[in-house]
Design a protein around this ligand. Structure first.
Ligand code: GCO
Ligand code: MG
Length: 402
């Protein structure tokens, strides 16, 4: 069996997605998500110009060898563009392997370790009163875990608060929009949000919060400590994670669990965080961390150190990524949680899939392969529309993490 063709499909059914489709001489095809929010065309060009030419004629069954070929063969290692491109190829090859074997991909990964994949939804609103309504909406839908984000009094706009509550899309303009930030206002406000939510919904519901890289370690330590009475499942991305040893300071001060990793592209980005047990959940995902092959390697390392998975699943990760993530989630021993933001009806139509939500769980497809495809005719109706992520500035105008 040989790869005879591969194409990159860029489509914008409400937001931009980049998808790789690999075709074989047996007529079997596979798909991989290659979406890197705000930098989509960089990955599309990387695939088209540098990867697809070397794929033609290769044996699609050699997944590990192809991964190593693209990683070591590029000479320039790591980085989100390279790793997203490798992820797309890897995911598509697992899809093909599953179809050839006649098995859903999770069976090739060792079979089920659980009945369903617990997911968390996003309750967000400008005010605390409104966010309580949003949390109850998710509880009514059957969710067992909810991430809670609100506006911050005194700040005009902030990460995590959507105009359309259910379908949060932060890449909201062709050029970056600007948010203003005050750490003091944020730290004063957040504990009062969780005090209200916990009082209203009681002890059973898993609650999460995304700090989105905006604090320093000692500020994150203070936040974690102030949230301890409300038993969060995790505090996400409390600080930018380039300096992995910075997490030691957070750990010395708080028992609020820490989740990190949506912007990581390889195992080397989290090696110290995992082996020093500085985090509780590793949030790397299929599309940005080198595909199913590399994500499994990260999760296996994590399992040795009591770290569980918590993969990123925002709307900028396509249904192809979600389908693949669920095969990993259901099979690994150290699964923690899976983020699940619903896609719009237009996106679901472009990416027909058979994973399903029921009772707070997502269930992977039982079809051979990943159980997801791209409808190329539908995709062609939604041309690429430039969109970038916002930026964040302190009140005095200094650039800050968004
Ligand atoms: C999350 C993320 C997203 C990112 C987005 C960037 O936890 O879901 O932080 O909201 O901001 O994926 O493209
Ligand atoms: Mg996040």
């Amino acid at each position: 069996m040989r790869i005879t063709d591969a194409r990159v499909i860029v489509s914008c059914p409400g937001r931009n997605f980049v998808t790789l489709k690999i075709v074989t001489d047996d007529g079997v095809t596979g798909v991989g998500d290659a979406t890197l929010n705000g930098r989509e065309l960089a990955v599309a060009a990387y695939l088209t110009e540098h990867v697809i030419p070397v794929l033609i004629g290769r044996d699609p069954a050699r997944i590990e060898d192809t991964w190593q070929y693209l990683y070591k063969g590029a000479y320039w290692r790591r980085g989100p563009v390279t790793m997203t491109a490798i992820a797309a190829v890897d995911t598509a090859l697992w899809d093909i392997k599953g179809k050839v074997a006649g098995l859903p991909v999770y069976q090739l990964l060792g079979g089920r370790s659980r009945d369903g994949v617990t997911v968390y939804g996003h309750a967000n609103a400008e005010t605390v009163d409104d966010v309580l309504t949003e949390v109850s909406h998710y509880v009514d839908l059957g969710y067992r875990a909810v991430r809670v984000q609100t506006g911050v009094p005194g700040l005009a706009s902030t990460y995590g608060v959507a105009h359309d509550r259910m379908f949060y899309e932060p890449a909201d303009a062709a050029l970056p929009t600007e948010n203003a930030w005050s750490t003091e206002a944020y730290l004063d406000h957040v504990p009062s949000v969780f005090a209200r939510v916990r009082a209203e919904f009681g002890p059973g519901l898993k609650l999460l919060h995304d700090v989105h890289h905006r604090l320093t370690p000692i500020e994150a330590a203070r936040l974690g400590k102030s949230l301890e009475p409300y038993s969060l499942t995790w505090m996400e991305d409390p600080v930018p994670a380039e300096l992995q040893e910075g997490f030691r300071l957070i750990r010395q001060h708080t028992t609020t669990p820490v989740a990190v990793g949506e912007v990581f592209s390889t195992i080397w980005d989290c090696q110290q965080l995992i082996t020093e047990q500085l985090i509780d959940y590793i949030r790397t995902t299929v599309v940005h961390a080198g595909g199913i092959t590399h994500l499994r390697r990260i999760f296996d390392l994590a399992a040795l150190y009591h770290v569980r998975s918590g993969s990123h699943g925002a709307t900028d990760l396509s249904p192809v990524c979600m389908a693949a993530a669920l095969h990993v989630d259901v099979s690994i021993p150290n699964f923690g949680l899976q983020e699940y933001m619903r896609h719009t009806a237009e996106t679901d139509a472009v990416f027909p899939h058979t994973y399903r939500f029921a009772d707070g769980y997502l269930h992977p497809s039982e079809e051979p392969g990943l159980g997801v495809d791209i409808d190329e005719e539908a995709a062609a109706r939604y041309p690429y529309a430039p969109a970038q992520l916002p930026i964040n500035r302190l009140l005095d105008g200094t650039m800050h993490s968004w």
